[in-house]
Design a protein around this ligand. Structure first.
Ligand code: FE
Length: 185
């Protein structure tokens, strides 16, 4: 197993039990639910890996679990990207970098989406810049990874179900290993 993969598993072991920002699941449960939804949707292994790792930035910083409640945007999507783009192809790191932008995008183009957001997600949206402007929407749509980021975002939003059964972390190691190898080759 590569040292990067070991690092990632270690991060989940060490910090996976932390609360997922005011939701009723832990970081690990949230990651596993998001990855399971990606797998059920038939996503490519790179996007399953992105789903599993989309909030890895939360595991890398030392800010409190309730940073948004204290008015702090933890910029976890950027921290996640900085970590991942060294080891994984853009098909993994870019949807991670864009998953907050995808929320701001969906809020701008789909009012029913905005109405379904959980209270913690509404709170963080304000710190993240609120719904996109018309110009930002146009720019976002030009991004080649926008489609994958939006798919990931919708799984992310659903992956907050307390007590939901998921496969264990080990189940997703082949998808992770495959994605990390792609970068090396
Ligand atoms: Fe998330």
């Amino acid at each position: 197993m590569s040292s990067t993969l070991q690092n990632i598993i270690e991060l989940f072991r060490k910090h996976g039990d932390s609360e997922y920002g005011g939701e009723s699941v832990t970081q690990l449960e949230h990651a596993l639910q998001t990855a399971m939804l990606a797998e059920l949707a038939g996503a490519a292994s790179s996007l399953i890996a992105a789903a599993l790792l989309h909030d890895i930035g939360h595991l890398l910083h030392e800010l409190p679990d309730d940073a948004p409640g204290q008015g702090i945007d933890d910029l976890h999507e950027q921290a996640g990207w900085r970590f991942l783009h060294r080891y994984a192809p853009a098909a993994v790191s870019e949807p991670v970098r864009l998953h907050v932008a995808a929320k701001r995008y969906l809020c701008a183009v789909d009012t029913s989406y905005a109405a379904r957001l959980s209270p913690p997600s509404v709170l963080s949206l304000q710190l993240q810049g609120g719904p996109m402007s018309a110009t930002e929407v146009q720019d976002f749509q030009q991004n080649p990874w926008a489609g994958d980021a939006v798919r990931l975002r919708k799984w992310d939003d659903e992956a907050k179900v307390a007590g939901l059964q998921t496969p264990p972390l080990e189940h997703f190691i082949p998808a992770l290993a495959e994605s990390l190898q792609e970068k090396a080759s």
